[in-house]
Design a protein around this ligand. Structure first.
Ligand SMILES: [Mn+2]
Length: 361
């Protein structure tokens, strides 16, 4: 059995341009902390290999702090580490992959033709290639792994979801005829789960940490096992902050509605709360101030529609007008506040149904 850790798209030293310079620096430090987390997970899992499938850096250059943290984390891994540069950290002249010294257990694929590294003691062969420019040709075209009884893996950055992608597009036919037991991919930031074409399993873990509201939810890496019966993959959640978007029907009390809709433990997360439904305009600064202590960062947006005056349109000679006239007569004749509340609700629901909207109680 071969055990592996597969991570991708860490995007070290990302600018985090939407944050203040202090917060951005803090988030880059959190990215470096992920490296230790990955290394410790690989060791705890007893991995035979670690596969890093590109965009480890956000750009060709890297800060001294990041290089130090990366070298230290990689050297602490008790297994060989294979790195395949991607489009963000492609092998341009001056790339840290080309200019820096790396620990002995690290192998970087430095060209865009597929090469193999054999680990005979594990009966394992690891193929890989790196992007040499922002865009990369289809690297798996005509590729077939050596069929000699060794387990064949590949780590590469690329896109198996679009055949016209400029980022090493990978077709189902290429996967099927590859002869690989597992293809460790990177590039797409939303994790794939375990996929299969023919006898080849493949997956991409998504980015290691969310960096914006287009990278929502829990991020992480994959821990896997390859045996005679195939590949097994477990998601390894990493402790980076989560981005979440929460839509809340504002109702009569927006603060209460948001509080009721929020999960616990959001202190480390970055939230965008969007108020929806029919409501009075919300006092956004007051809501932000009241809720801010529950988050690392919070934005509240008001996307509510103004409340329609209840009986507006009752004079119109339309279906809505006739409906409202009938209910208004009942409302005026009602004896109790409870009856008036029910009739008003019926009027709102009826109008919302006629408008094709959902009514807010
Ligand atoms: Mn990426």
């Amino acid at each position: 059995m071969i055990k592996f850790l597969h991570a991708a798209d860490v995007h070290l030293d990302a600018p985090f341009a939407a944050l203040s310079p202090e917060q951005a620096a803090g988030r880059r430090q959190e990215q470096r902390a992920l490296l230790t987390e990955l290394a410790e997970a690989a060791n705890a899992h007893g991995c035979d290999v670690v596969l890093l499938a590109g965009d480890l850096f956000d750009s060709a250059g890297a800060s001294d702090e990041t290089l130090l943290a990366l070298r230290r984390a990689l050297a602490s891994i008790h297994a060989p580490v294979f790195i395949s540069p991607g489009n963000h950290d492609c092998l341009l002249p001056g790339s840290a992959y080309l200019t820096e010294d790396w620990p002995e257990n690290v192998h970087i694929f430095k060209t865009d033709s597929i090469e193999a590294v054999e680990l005979p003691e594990k009966n394992l062969r690891v193929y890989g290639a790196g992007f040499t420019a922002r865009f990369e040709k289809p690297l798996l075209e005509g590729f077939h792994a050596k069929a000699d009884g060794m387990t064949n893996l590949m780590v590469v950055h690329g896109n198996p979801t679009q055949t016209a992608s400029p980022y090493n597009p990978i077709t189902p036919e290429q996967l099927e005829s590859s002869g690989l037991a597992y293809l460790a991919l990177g590039h797409i930031h939303q994790k794939s789960g375990l996929l299969r074409r023919g006898n080849t399993f493949y997956a991409w873990p998504g980015c290691a940490m969310g960096r914006g509201f287009d990278e929502l939810g829990q991020k992480g890496a994959y821990l896997g096992e390859i045996s005679g019966s195939g590949v097994r993959l477990d998601f390894l959640p990493l402790s980076g902050r989560k981005y979440e978007i929460l839509r809340v029907d504002a109702g009569d009390d927006a603060l209460a509605a948001i509080t009721a809709a929020l999960p616990e433990d959001t202190q480390n997360d970055i939230y965008r709360v969007i108020l929806t439904g029919e409501a009075e305009p919300a006092d956004i600064p007051a809501l932000q101030a009241a809720l801010a202590p529950r988050f690392y960062a919070l934005t509240v947006r008001d996307e509510t529609r103004p409340r329609r005056a209840l009986w507006a349109g009752a004079e119109e000679d339309t279906l809505r007008g006739l409906f409202l006239q009938a209910l208004k007569a009942q409302y005026d004749a009602a004896q109790t506040e409870e009856d008036r509340r029910k009739i008003a609700l019926a009027a709102r629901c009826g109008c919302a149904a006629m408008d094709g909207e959902e009514a807010a109680e």
